[in-house]
Ligand binder design. Sequence first.
Ligand SMILES: Cc1cc2nc3c(=O)[nH]c(=O)nc-3n(C[C@H](O)[C@H](O)[C@H](O)COP(=O)(O)OP(=O)(O)OC[C@H]3O[C@@H](n4cnc5c(N)ncnc54)[C@H](O)[C@@H]3O)c2cc1C
Length: 391
Amino acid sequence: MTKEINTILTAARRHCDTVIKPNIESWNEAGIWPREASDLAAAAGLAGLYCPEEYGGQGLSLGDGIRVYEELGKGDGAYAFALSMHNICAYATCGYGTEAFKTQWARDLTSGRKLANFALTEPQSGSDAANMYTRATINRDGTLTISGSKAWVSLAGEADVYLTVVKTSEIPGHADMAMVAIPRDAAGLSFGPRYQTPSYAFLPLSEMYMDQVTVSGDNIILPPGQGLQGALMAIDIARVSIASGCCGLMESALDTALAYAKNRKMFGGVNLDLDGIQWMLGDVMTELEASRLLYRSAANKLGTPEGPVMAAHAKRFVPDAAVRAANTCTQVLGGMGLLAPYGLDRLSRLAQMLRIVDGTTEVSRVVIGRALQKRAAGLADLAVPKGFGEI
Ligand SMILES: Cc1cc2nc3c(=O)[nH]c(=O)nc-3n(C[C@H](O)[C@H](O)[C@H](O)COP(=O)(O)OP(=O)(O)OC[C@H]3O[C@@H](n4cnc5c(N)ncnc54)[C@H](O)[C@@H]3O)c2cc1C
């Protein structure tokens, strides 16, 4: 019996209200990943959302499970993002890991005793992910020895295992790429200085260095030839998860603006009496409703041929809508919107971050553009009226 989605959504809402919202400012001040909070999230069933119950997961479909980030995103988009990446890694482990790897890691990941993240980006390659330098040599005994650098690794040094995309030859392109799990305590693994990210300082981010790191062949999650394809599937899930988190962020911004505007006295009434203010916030609400429909539709298409382009539509539209929502809601509060206690400035920076991570808005446009070219190729040529030359 898989857990009811409503039970999990209620748990996520409670986690947001009792753990994230009351503590987010102190987490940012401390600049430390709140491990006790992610332990509580795991205890509430939020660390193995799509993993089968035999491994301690909730057994939810992607379409259902992704809705959790909308609840968490009401508290903090970066926290929701980090948990979404952990869940994707747990899902990859249960779905694609070797039996030996699953035996060692699956239950630890679904229970949150161990955290996981994903390392694809390199200092010289973000959007152009195939331009990868990290190399794994497959040794005669089946082990792999890995050297290279990754960049923008979330949960850097905090996660217990990193699902790392590597090249396994010098041949250009992605045909030789694999995904390998590197435990944090592997000899030769180290992390660079923390990036300074004031709006989500609690999320450790840094480069990750692999100097002759040797791991067992059991740690191959995806063999050579499947690494980039698998990473792109993971990124599709991540894109829709981010769109889900953005909806939470938009709702949080909107409710802050409404709670303020209904009391702010001006011109013999209150701010929310002004048509202009109602229209601004009305547009935020319309975009929130549209965003919800889009990400939920995309989530239900994951794993089908339409999944990648639907994920691109969600990632293209929703974080942009979240940036507009956070900025509009800041504007509604006037100068007060810029003050820390209202949290709107933080939401603007988070929304902008969510436009970038796991494929930028522009990269989503590229995916959509390619799908349009395919669609055009399947259409009958449009006849040119007599008297006109070639179009
Ligand atoms: C907070 C945060 C956490 C992250 N966590 C992780 C992680 O855990 N693991 C991981 O592997 N990565 C992670 N990343 C990396 C992230 O996925 C990359 O930042 C992202 O893919 C963009 O790459 P880039 O930053 O190198 O930008 P670039 O690729 O250098 O892009 C620069 C600009 O060029 C634009 N551009 C690129 N291609 C095109 C095109 N064809 N047409 C028009 N414009 C284009 C981009 O949209 C962007 O505006 C994280 C990033 C952030 C910000």
